[in-house]
Write a protein of this length. Sequence first.
Lengths: 198, 241
Amino acid sequence: MSIKHSLLALLQDGPGYGAQLRQEFEQRTGGTWPLNVGQVYTTLGRLERDGLVESAGAADEEGRIAYQLTDAGRTEVEQWWAVPVAREQTPRNELAIKLALAVTLPGVDVQRIVQTQRTATMTHLRDLTRLKRRADGEDLAWELVLESLVFADEAEVRWLDHVEARISRLGPPEAKASRTAPGATAGNAGVREGATNG
Amino acid sequence: MTQQPILRLDDVVRTHGTGNTAVHALRGVSLTVRAGELVAVMGPSGSGKSTLLNLAGGLDAPTEGAVSIDGQVLASLSRAGLDRLRRRTMGFVFQDLNLIPSLTAIENVSLPMELDGVGVRKARAAARDALGKVGILELADRFPEQLSGGQQQRAAIARALVGDRRLVLADEPTGALDSTTGEAVLRTLRDQCDDGAGGLLVTHESRHAAWADRVIFLRDGVVVDATGDAETPESLLETGV
């Protein structure tokens, strides 16, 4: 997540000091990705060093310094809006790694892993839906963040369904149990056959 | 949860055919839906979802086990008694809307009550309430062909909810609706359950099932998993979602 660009974007709306920017960020994203105030001040310090922000005047009576965008800062934000968010080439996905290992190692009940994960993801999805329902059209920014999480969970459940369908298409594990390496349970025998041959 | 069960399935088995050609649609499923609760059923095609819904609605009878609604075992009811229970207690929302083309929206919605002997004026008043709940009261006098797909779907839901329906059974109720309209349909279903009805929702969309209190997963006619009761959603925010 780009704290740097988020702070620059918020400063487009006018000068602000650290705690205020942090509060505005969390208000818009519903506290989904909490920032600590130290991170905010460190980032503002770097932005000032790089000439993207400058202090908007002397400190107020509480000693807080408001920052504002410089011309270079304004250009940087414009650039941020203009270019797509960069994706890590292959972001590490613990669940995909877990299942890739599960279908290739003996003694792992893949079906159980899929079911346990799906139940957990569905529970998470339901709780997100409740939060969304409470927001009820009042706060567009927060609802869009929630919906992005909802769609991510939905994609995960679809993938888990797909994994389950592929595993069950390999047929009942008992039929292939005799061809399984010693130590493997009947529960994953079919999967191992499929993974090895397919 | 201390609410009384509205729908109960006890170790229900449904087998079509016999011997080598027997198809085991459900193989010992138990399920309880209480007042105020919406339960979603998910599972791949052929897992028994629709059979479960048909049994719950008394449209099909189990081979073994019992289905009861409000404590009455359906198998113990006469044909007329079962029809009465379905008209008065249950609402159905199917993918195929079955709106009658020659009746206006309000006539379609009030029809189940009128068939049940409720006076026209009273039935129409209840139908207006139901159309208001789904947000299409101003379209009450239009015929189905004058309504958009989403509006027709809402009329069908109003018909399922009209009067005092204590059990709502829905099979993919959002059909081919766009996501915003589909969500409005689920919101209506959810509201009806929050007002005290029990609901059973069959869907293959996890985003829709997420509106339920609990989700059960069927595979090859058995329940393979179920989500537990709700925690407080705020707990999601304590560590970031």
